[in-house]
Design a protein around this ligand. Structure first.
Ligand code: NI
Length: 228
């Protein structure tokens, strides 16, 4: 499932992140690339342990924790500390699949996280740059994604994806991975659709007795499938 989520960050939060990123110390993006993807990758990235990455990452994580659509679609078990990247002057990232396992070293020791879902949070407005589309290939076909600043796209970690060359302006984004309580994309999609339909029914027929039953089905499926 590929899902755009609008307004994850407010305009004020986007402006704050961008101001901090402008004065940050950037490094070559190959620092977090695997052996194969290093050949495809050409961008700048904040080092994982940089103060700016940690400060802004905390803002993103806090925003995600309040976003019910993100929770419902990802059913997150753990979220990797958000990273930040920058593309300009023709930079791009050719087709690759993200590493299956990432090591989160933010707590002092390396904790393995399975990358069930990938996320990109756009921090530049689409009109500020040419190119830079995130192209994602999966069972849903090929999708070209370029969202408003503050919006996020969630997609399966199994997808082949690339970032097209940025031929004008600068593209700033945050990106990270999520280990879900549900390993399979098909299960996450079913649970998301069930949750969305329960919410719609709760709005239009809040007193209907079948809602209790349906909510029970949701939780009993989750109990059956989840690895919390
Ligand atoms: Ni990637």
């Amino acid at each position: 499932m590929l899902l755009p989520i609008a307004n994850v960050l407010t305009a004020e939060q986007v402006a704050h992140c961008r101001a901090r990123l402008e004065s940050a110390d950037w490094a070559d993006g190959r620092i977090t690339a695997g052996h194969q993807s290093a050949k495809a990758k050409d961008n700048a990235q904040l080092p994982e342990d940089s103060d700016v990455a940690r400060e802004l990452g905390a803002i993103v994580l806090e925003a995600l924790s309040r976003n019910s659509t993100f929770f419902s679609a990802a059913l997150p078990k753990r979220v990797f500390p958000p990273l930040f990247n920058r593309y300009a002057g023709g930079q791009s990232f050719d087709y690759h699949v993200d590493n299956a396992i990432r090591y989160d070293r933010s707590g002092g020791r390396a904790e393995a996280l399975r990358t069930d879902l990938s996320a990109t949070l756009f921090l530049s407005a689409p009109e500020e740059y040419d190119g830079g589309e995130l192209v994602i290939e999966d069972t849903f076909g090929t999708q070209s994604i370029k969202l408003a600043a503050g919006d996020l796209v969630l997609y399966p970690g199994t997808s082949l994806h690339k970032v097209l060359p940025v031929t004008r302006g600068t593209r700033l984004a945050s990106f990270f991975w999520i280990q879900s309580m549900l390993r399979e994309d098909a299960q996450r999609r079913l649970m998301f659709e069930l949750d969305v339909s329960i919410r719609r029914l709760t709005q239009s027929v809040p007193e209907h007795p079948a809602l209790v039953q349906l909510t029970g089905v949701y939780h009993n499926l989750l109990r059956r499938w989840a690895e919390p």
